[in-house]
Design a protein around this ligand. Structure first.
Ligand SMILES: N[C@@H](CCC(=O)N[C@@H](CS)C(=O)NCC(=O)O)C(=O)O
Length: 211
């Protein structure tokens, strides 16, 4: 497998965690978002959505990190990242989707650049936007996590897709100096997960393209 990735991309970070957790060997192909490599024709030919990550497997290319995570779960079930029981699966997906669908798209690079460029917002306003949406979604997640977490993982002591989404989002939150004090469960879970090899090896600073 080949993973088209950027060290600081939180969506790619999710996939790196899952690949490591499941012990799947892969090659990293860096796509540097800073000069816009993701918008170049050679990358768009692979992933017309123009976003990282993309996963190439046996001649096919898959975009969208959640689709990739589900693909890895179906093709390499063990160790599981989704519980077996339907209600538990839905609860885990609900936490993962809160991050991946409700939070992350609002704070994506192209959204921030649209705020900075066509909408003329200064860096202070852009940072306020960023932190606002982290706070809104993390507030709900913190309440959910208090009900399901054992303070090591978000859901019942098992590493799941929800954890795979949480840790990269915490990385983003810290990068933008968000106040995480209101979210003690999320930060405690994050601290534990970041100590696990699959998560540590997926961290931005550990990537070959980190700079
Ligand atoms: N929903 C997509 C989001 C992917 C995404 O937004 N990736 C970001 C990096 S984390 C990106 O490529 N941004 C480029 C841009 O916004 O121009 C997924 O989960 O894969």
């Amino acid at each position: 497998m080949q993973l088209f990735t950027f060290f600081r991309s939180s969506a790619a970070y999710r996939v790196r965690i899952a690949l490591n957790f499941k012990g799947i060997a892969y090659d990293s192909v860096p796509v540097d978002l800073r000069p816009g490599e993701h918008r170049r024709p050679e990358y768009l030919a692979r992933n017309p959505q123009g976003l990282v990550p993309a996963l190439a497997d046996g001649g096919a290319v898959i975009g969208q990190s959640l689709a990739i995570l589900e693909y890895l779960e179906e093709t390499h079930p063990e160790p599981l990242l989704l519980p077996r029981e339907p209600l538990a699966r839905a609860q885990v997906r609900a936490m993962a989707l809160a991050i991946a669908c409700d939070l992350h798209p609002l704070n994506n690079l192209r959204v921030l650049n649209y705020l900075r460029g066509p909408l003329g917002q200064d860096e202070q306003s852009v940072n306020a936007w960023y932190r606002h949406w982290i706070g809104v979604v993390f507030a709900g997640l913190e309440v959910q996590a208090r009900a399901t977490s054992d303070a090591r993982t978000l859901f019942a002591g098992h590493v799941t897709l929800a954890d795979v989404c949480l840790v990269p989002q915490l990385f983003n939150a810290r990068r933008f100096q968000c106040d995480l004090a209101p979210f003690p469960t999320l930060t405690a879970v994050g601290a534990h997960l970041e100590s696990l090899p699959a998560f540590a090896q997926a961290a931005p600073a550990a990537q070959p393209d980190a700079s």
